[in-house]
Ligand binder design. Structure first.
Ligand SMILES: [Zn+2]
Length: 622
């Protein structure tokens, strides 16, 4: 009696300890940082200086003794990690190499490289020591930042805008003077996994949310567009002034542009003396700004792009969640298409279809990166893949593509990745794929299929409801893979751990097949087989010689649920669950074999079965 009482107390306490631990581990928090920056750009030398005040709030349960800044422009120097990667990867980004395949970074002269250096740094007025390690500034704090407290950092910095190699830079190939992304000392993110002071090697970002107040001084003939609301439009003009009003510019050769951007985790700007600046004010949405070069051959496309941008803005706001800012800018610049807070940099000398396509993709990133800010270095499939998924749907609608399967390109990309033998799990860090092509297909193609195939598993309506709930629950946060899975579970009532695990953390593939269709005592016997390791539920379509059809649904036992009938007009029979470990599964049709014309696994082809040949049985070819 006594003994079991003691046992009871022990287990009671361990329960207490366990629940406290669990709460501390899982309660969501995120850091906050507010930036005030004053920057002076010399448009002749491409050098700039700046003062940055940063108020950093530690909302974590941990005491911090260090902070890190990203100093991205140092990547554009011979011998940098970005240069070394470029020189040693089998399929370098074509934009970053010359016509002989040699690194363009390696060839940069001292006045063409990029750099970003701190020239002084204090924490709450006290000098701190820091070391620059490539693209990361490591700062030893003067005093620790305890949980729920703030520190103010004041930094003076100087930089040089590199010749345009990748994303940012001067004089891109379409002649845009300044594409200013990844240009300022940017505090690295600290989250439940710890610090994410990733070196800038090739790709992907993770930033701290906060309010930005940025003043940029440069030659008065340059028009500036990008992140943030302009605070002094009547002083600036350049198309920002209220229509029909007079602009009162201060005297001098320069203008100081004052921008504010609330609740963002990045700040981009671009500037050019020849930008045309158009504004389209949506009645039911934000003001859309367009900045593009005054070149006759692109004007028509850039005019026609504007109503398409409004249509895409409406599409995403309706299907994911309302766009939360009052402004979005489409800016010609950079080297392809890249998403930034409240804006994008895209190259502009394209066919109309391609111009709309790149705008739609980058605008979609406003949701899947700039509002739902996954750590895209670790979960690249969540921002590139989800963006590809929703932009494929959007293009299908606003460009009247009306494809039966708008994600066909993504499925084909995934299948070719599997065939290549170069596939690595999607949980691979974005910088650590063996080849760029494997990154691209894992992030974009397989990432888009994650969602379109999830629609096959839980049903299309439930998928779209999942996206809306995911937005509502995780906007302005850093959602993780488990968050999208849990959201889909809550919406569908199914258990989906197997789906997340196999699809994103392994290279397991799906392959189900029809082994035999044969005469039986009561009708027709169908024998199916599971060849691939990844489990899936199955939809089976049976077509009879008289033209009639019926479907069968085999739920996967471990998902503990069933989807609604996706083919509502066709009779569906829900069969007993398939327990995954069984390599075979059979069921009976009441009609005789002579009446069966065809049997098809997944007629929607949304299940990414890597061998489609054994998914169809045709009476004619027997
Ligand atoms: Zn993208």
């Amino acid at each position: 009696m006594k003994k079991s009482y003691a046992l009871l107390i022990v287990s009671f306490f361990s329960l207490l300890i366990h629940s406290t631990y669990a709460q501390g581990n899982h309660a969501y928090w995120q850091q906050a940082v507010d930036y005030t920056m004053d920057v002076n750009m010399d448009v002749e030398t491409y050098r700039y200086t700046g003062k940055q005040k940063l108020v950093y709030t530690n909302n974590s349960p941990d005491t911090l003794n260090r902070v890190y800044y990203h100093m991205y422009f140092n990547a554009f120097q011979p011998g940098s990690e970005m240069d070394m990667r470029l020189q040693n990867i089998a399929d370098p980004d074509r934009r970053m190499v010359d016509e002989n395949g040699k690194s363009r970074i390696a060839a940069l002269s001292p006045d063409e490289i990029g750099y970003l250096r701190a020239t002084s740094l204090t924490q709450d007025g006290k000098e701190v020591s820091y070391t620059l390690e490539g693209t990361v500034l490591v700062v030893a704090l003067d005093h620790p930042i305890t949980p729920n407290s703030s520190s103010a950092f004041d930094m003076d910095f100087e930089g040089q805008v590199p010749v345009q190699i990748r994303r940012s830079g001067r004089n891109n190939k379409e002649g845009v003077a300044l594409s200013m992304s990844q240009w300022y000392p940017k505090l690295a993110e600290y989250d439940f996994e710890g610090w994410h002071a990733d070196p800038y090697i090739a790709r992907e970002f993770h930033g701290v949310w906060g309010d930005f107040d940025v003043s940029i001084t440069l030659d008065k003939n340059y028009t500036v567009g990008g992140t943030g609301y302009l605070q002094n439009p009547q002083e600036i003009g350049h198309g920002y002034e209220a229509p029909g009003t007079k602009v009162k510019r201060p005297k001098g050769k320069t203008l100081t542009w004052h921008f504010k951007a609330p609740m963002v985790h990045d700040f981009m700007w671009a500037a050019d003396p020849d930008y045309i600046h158009d504004t389209l004010i949506m009645e039911d949405g934000p003001a859309l700004h367009f900045f593009y070069k005054n070149k006759p051959e692109i004007l028509e496309n850039w005019k026609n792009l504007q109503p398409k941008t409004a249509e895409a803005m409406r599409f995403f706001s309706e299907n994911v969640g309302p766009y939360p800012y009052e402004q979005y800018s489409v800016v010609q610049g950079g080297d392809g298409g890249m998403e930034y807070a409240m804006s994008t940099l895209i190259t502009g000398e394209r066919s109309f279809g391609s111009l709309v396509g790149v705008m739609v993709h980058e605008l979609a990133h406003s949701w899947f990166q700039h509002i739902l800010a996954t750590n895209e270095a670790k979960h690249e499939w969540m921002d590139e893949g989800f963006t590809s998924f929703i932009s494929d749907l959007c293009m299908n609608t606003i460009m009247n593509e009306n494809k039966a399967n708008p994600f066909e390109g993504s499925y084909n990309g995934y299948y070719s990745l599997v065939l290549s033998g170069k596939e690595q799990p999607q949980s691979t860090h974005a910088d650590r794929y063996e080849v760029n092509a494997a990154y691209g297909r894992a992030a974009y193609s397989k990432g888009a299929v994650f969602l379109s195939q999830l629609g096959y598993v839980i049903g299309q309506d439930k998928l779209m409801a999942t996206l809306k709930k995911y937005y509502a629950d995780f906007k302005f946060k850093h959602p993780t893979p488990n968050d999208i899975k849990r959201t889909a579970e809550k919406v569908s009532g199914m258990e989906l751990d197997w789906y997340l695990t196999d699809w994103t953390q392994t290279t397991n593939t799906i392959d189900y097949g029809i082994r035999t269709v044969s005469e039986s005592k009561s009708g027709t016997h169908i024998l199916l087989e599971r060849i691939g390791l990844m489990p899936m539920p199955l939809d089976i379509l049976v077509v009879y010689n008289d033209g009639s059809q019926e479907t069968f649904y085999i739920p996967l036992q471990m998902m503990r649920g069933e989807k609604e009938n996706p083919y509502g007009q066709v009779k569906r029979t829900v069969l007993p669950d398939w327990a995954w470990a069984n390599p075979e599964y059979s069921f009976e049709l009441s009609k005789s074999l002579s009446e069966v014309k065809a049997v098809v696994i997944d007629p929607s082809q949304l299940m990414a079965d890597i061998d489609i040949n054994n998914n169809i049985w045709l009476a004619d070819s027997q």
